[in-house]
Design a binder for this molecule. Sequence first.
Ligand code: G3H
Ligand code: 13P
Ligand code: ZN
Length: 311
Amino acid sequence: MPLVTTKEMFEKAYNGGYAIGAFNVNNMEIVQGITEAAKDLNAPLILQVSKGARAYANHTYLMKLVEAAIEETGLPICLHLDHGDSFELCKSCIDGGFTSVMIDKSGLPLEENIAITRQVVEYAHDHGVVVEAELGTLAGIEDEVNVSAEDSSYTRPEDVQEFVEKTGCDSLAIAIGTSHGAYKFKPGTKPQLRFDILEDVAARLPGFPIVLHGSSSVPQEFVKIINENGGNMPGAIGVPEDQLRQAASMAVCKINIDSDLRLAMTATIRQYFNEHPDHFDPRQYLKPAREAIKQMVAHKITDVLGCDGKA
Ligand code: G3H
Ligand code: 13P
Ligand code: ZN
């Protein structure tokens, strides 16, 4: 099976009340951990590559790793550019075989966001590729961009219809209280997503797939392992998984998860080195790290996204 777009995946997810996991990939072990879990659970999958991942691992290596995963699993897999910041970057990924791109100009005024998104959509659709766009600004860190909580803003539901009509985008990322990274909420506060905004957006865009970024839950068992094994991550807090499950049952068809995979991998490796200070063969510590990613993704597919058995 070749790489697929998100078109059919999202239609089924919208109607079925579940979401597809979009997991960030940076190297072979991450690709293997994610795709082995999805294969065991027969789940459709979005593998996404950020600008930073592409700079780290190289477009061709990532492409070939994902092609290998398709050959090994036989699953419908979409390869997506995460947070494309320019037409040129989106074009390069489209020309290089990605089946989906995100153009993220959510930090610009509405009219400018519309103009650049429209340009990407025209090129992408001419090449059979789908486009995710964003309205509203999430707090947190992604690549070189660090948006403070004060500069973040919820999506304005009154903008979404005009945006989707004028751009022709295929899915829309909205800001309802999630944020990037491992420090999403102030310690002591109760995390609460703005389901009222999601409902309002969904009512204005019937049947249209909505995307949630910044949706790691930051499992405290991994933060504890990191902190007990030489790390220092006090106050790392994520989005409660029951709220993500609720979003998945609504109009949200794609849920982005990266930080939780990083935590699983890092916690496992830190613990491994503490227990085996004399080991230095990378296969020895990357094997359990890959297994930890697999377990994390299996948990997300089954207990959060609800897309097991849907491939
Ligand atoms: O939203 C950002 C993703 O977690 C990717 O992070 O830009 O550091 O690769 P990155
Ligand atoms: P997290 O940092 O919550 O994993 O979000 C990842 C993301 O949104 C990638 O685009
Ligand atoms: Zn994101």
